[in-house]
Design a protein around this ligand. Structure first.
Ligand code: MG
Length: 301
C-alpha cells in the first residue's frame, strides 16, 4: 500500500511541467537498489529491477500493491517496451539483452563478435525496431550486481542491434555509457556517462536506420551527483536522475526543474493510464509525482 506523501523539495522555473499541487509520494519501499523502471500498459503497472536482491517487481497502479514478478533473474537492470509491446531488458548476469515472452526471458544478443558483452545497463527501442543499449562493466566489476568477469572486447560501447540481428558498435568514445534515450524526432541520442570525472549527459546526432552517431557533445551536467537513467518527454525535455534529485532540462540544455527525493535515485519512467505520472526508482523505494507531460512517442513510420 502507499506510504503516502513524503517531503520533497521542488525547485523550478517552469512549474507548468508538474500538475497543480503535485506532491512526491513513496508508493513502495523494500528494495536495496531499484533500477530499470518501465510502465506496462496492459497490466497498468510499473516494472522495475531490485538488482542486489536479484528480482523484478511490479507496482500495480490500480491497487497500489507491489508484487514480485520474478526472482533469480540474473540481475536485470534497464528495460523498455518494444514495437510489439513486449518487455526488452538488460541482464548483468547473462551479460545480454533479452526479450520477455509469457514470463520467460529469451536472449536477443550476448556477444559482440566472439566476445561476450560486459553487462548491458539500459536499453531503448527505435521506431525501426532496432534496439540500442549501453554496456558498462558494473555487472562484472561489482559482485552485488552480477558475476565477476572480464571486459572481453576491451571497451564500453553503445550498441545498435538491427531488426535482422546484426550488432553494431555505434558509440565507442564513452568511458561508462549508462542511461540513454532518443529525442522525439530520433535525430539525437542522449547518453549519460557515469565514469568518475564525467557524470554528464552527452548528445549525439544519430541516423537511426544507418546506425551512426556523430558530433558527440556535452548536453547537461546535473549536480550534485551524476546522471544515471533518464527519459525524454514529448517536448524533448530530458528528465534525469542524479544523486537525490530529478533534474529536467530543455532541449537546449537549460535546467527547468529539480525535484528532490529523500535518497539516491537511479532512473525514472513515465506511466499511468494517461502517461503523466513520473515514477522514480531510488535505492530503497519507488516514488511517484504527477506531471503535466508524457514520455516522447516514437516517430510514426
Ligand atoms: Mg543505469
Amino acid at each position: 500500500m502507499f506510504d503516502g506523501v513524503i517531503s520533497g523539495t521542488i525547485r523550478t522555473v517552469q512549474l507548468e511541467l508538474l500538475a497543480d499541487g503535485a506532491t512526491l509520494e513513496r508508493v513502495f519501499t523494500g528494495t536495496i537498489w531499484g533500477e530499470g523502471p518501465v510502465w506496462i500498459p496492459h497490466i497498468r503497472s510499473v516494472r522495475w529491477s531490485d538488482i542486489p536482491n536479484d528480482r523484478i517487481l511490479d507496482f500495480d497502479a490500480v491497487t497500489g500493491r507491489t508484487r514480485v514478478h520474478r526472482e533469480g533473474v540474473e540481475f536485470t537492470n534497464g528495460r523498455t517496451i518494444d514495437l510489439e509491446g513486449h518487455v526488452v531488458q538488460c541482464s548483468h548476469g547473462r551479460r545480454s539483452v533479452e526479450r520477455e515472452l509469457n514470463g520467460v526471458p529469451h536472449t536477443l544478443i550476448g556477444h559482440f563478435g566472439e566476445h561476450r558483452l560486459n553487462s548491458p545497463n539500459d536499453v531503448v527501442v527505435a521506431s525501426d525496431g532496432s534496439i540500442w543499449f549501453t554496456d558498462p562493466p558494473y555487472g562484472i566489476f561489482d559482485a552485488r550486481e552480477g558475476h565477476p568477469g572480464n571486459m572481453e572486447y576491451g571497451g564500453c560501447f553503445v550498441f545498435r542491434l538491427a531488426p535482422g540481428g546484426e550488432l553494431t558498435a555505434v558509440i565507442t568514445d564513452r568511458d561508462r555509457p549508462n542511461g540513454l534515450a532518443f529525442s522525439p524526432d530520433e535525430r539525437i541520442l542522449y547518453v549519460s556517462d557515469t565514469a568518475e570525472g564525467d557524470g554528464d549527459i552527452h548528445a549525439y546526432d544519430v541516423d537511426v536506420n544507418a546506425g551512426t552517431a556523430t558530433n558527440g557533445r556535452r548536453f547537461a551536467s546535473p549536480r550534485p551527483g551524476i546522471a544515471d537513467g533518464f527519459r525524454v518527454d514529448v517536448g524533448g525535455r530530458v528528465w534525469t536522475s542524479a544523486a537525490d534529485a530529478v533534474h529536467v532540462y530543455s532541449p537546449d540544455g537549460n535546467e527547468l526543474l529539480q525535484i528532490t527525493v529523500p535518497e539516491t535515485i537511479a532512473n525514472v519512467c513515465f506511466g499511468g493510464d494517461d502517461g503523466r505520472d513520473l515514477y522514480i526508482t531510488a535505492s530503497t523505494s519507488l516514488y511517484r509525482i504527477r506531471t503535466a507531460t508524457t514520455q516522447a512517442k516514437r516517430p510514426a513510420r
